[in-house]
Design a protein. Structure first.
Length: 119
């Protein structure tokens, strides 16, 4: 074997591995990484954690009694392994809305934003 064959074989192998990784979970490769928290199961539901933090900070400025552990427990119980879209749709339909950052939003979404702001 010569050096060219080894380099070409290695490059081809790396390309196959990279293509396989992208095909399997492209969202995980492209997502921003955050330090682990006890609330990652909930924070993972957010598509844009940075935007959620901004909204959460505004909400928390008027709600000093918010505690992360209590909120996380309530959110886990309320969501109960249902898709977040269903939970939010149900809240909008039943009028469970909160004002945050001059937006009217479902309570669960605001809770997730506040949790992101504290994490």
């Amino acid at each position: 074997m010569n050096r060219r064959t080894i380099v070409a074989g290695s490059a081809a192998g790396l390309a196959i591995v990279a293509a396989g990784a992208i095909a399997l979970r492209p969202d995980r490769l492209l997502r921003k990484r955050y330090p682990p928290t006890p609330y990652d199961d909930l924070l993972g539901l957010l598509t844009d954690r940075e935007l959620a933090r901004q909204i959460g900070r505004v909400y928390l400025s008027g709600h000093a009694n918010f505690t992360s552990a209590t909120a996380a427990g309530a959110l886990r119980k309320h969501i109960a392994h249902r898709p977040l879209e269903i939970v939010l749709t149900d809240e909008v339909a039943s009028g469970q809305l909160v004002e945050a950052a001059h937006w009217i939003m479902p309570e669960t979404l605001v809770g997730l934003c506040a949790l992101a702001a504290r994490s």
